[in-house]
Design a protein around this ligand. Structure first.
Ligand code: CA
Length: 226
């Protein structure tokens, strides 16, 4: 995985013991978490902290989970897992088409919750890992697309494009790019980088003929143009 930042999970749960248990299990799997017990605090917290996933209990003081899920979907596509105390409730929730990503019934095994969280984040990462400006990477298939125009990349080109586009406008020297290209410290020359860039540009040009996305900076290296 190229993403080193741990994912932040927002636990919305009014039973403190349950929330603490979930937080523990999530921490063991290297997730960060924050906890909210009152429904009224959820929307402001999501706007401020931008969590990577929300575990949303259905019955809450202040506002209920259904109401919250609806409002969240008006401004965010953050993955939402709804947690309900009644298994019969799940059918009703599905019928409401709230846009939640998954449903879990209490009592649950915290291990199972963590496994579902991991699965959803993997799926979300694959579907949308926006690098900004219309570029989307698919880590599993090693493809990228630019405004829905998909193109295949070699592993080296994939890493190169990811590195450049993660910091639009930043100029990378060939040395810096080379360090990111090969994990096995293979000896590469400046020319190698140039030829990978050349191939990458050809593919990008096909996807975006009217815009030069990778620019050469004379005497220094390359940058991704936003
Ligand atoms: Ca509750």
């Amino acid at each position: 995985m190229t993403d080193t930042q741990p994912a932040m999970i927002l636990i919305v749960e009014d039973e403190p013991k349950l929330a603490a248990l979930l937080a523990d299990y999530l921490a063991q799997s290297n997730f960060l978490s924050m906890h909210i017990a009152n429904g009224l605090d959820v929307i402001p917290a999501v706007r401020a902290a931008m969590p990577d996933l929300i575990l949303l209990d259905l019955m809450l003081p202040g506002r209920d989970g259904i109401d919250l899920c609806r409002e969240l979907r008006t401004f965010s596509d953050v993955p939402i897992v709804m947690v309900t105390a009644k298994v019969e409730e799940i059918d009703r929730l599905l019928g409401l088409q709230l846009g939640a990503d998954d449903y879990i019934c209490k009592p649950f095994s915290p291990r199972e919750v963590v496994a579902r969280v991991q699965a959803i984040l993997r799926r979300a990462g694959r579907q949308r890992a926006p690098a900004g400006n219309g570029l989307v990477f698919d880590d599993e298939l090693h493809t990228a697309s630019y405004h829905d125009q998909r193109f295949d990349l070699t592993p080296v080109e994939f890493r190169l494009l990811k590195t450049l586009s993660a910091s639009p406008g930043r100029v990378f020297s060939r040395d810096q790019l080379m360090n990111n290209l090969y994990e096995d410290y293979r000896v590469v020359t400046d020319r190698t980088v140039d030829s990978h860039i050349k191939n990458l540009r050809r593919k990008l040009d096909a996807a975006s003929p009217d815009k030069e996305l990778i620019k050469s900076v004379y005497g220094v290296g390359y940058k991704f143009e936003s």
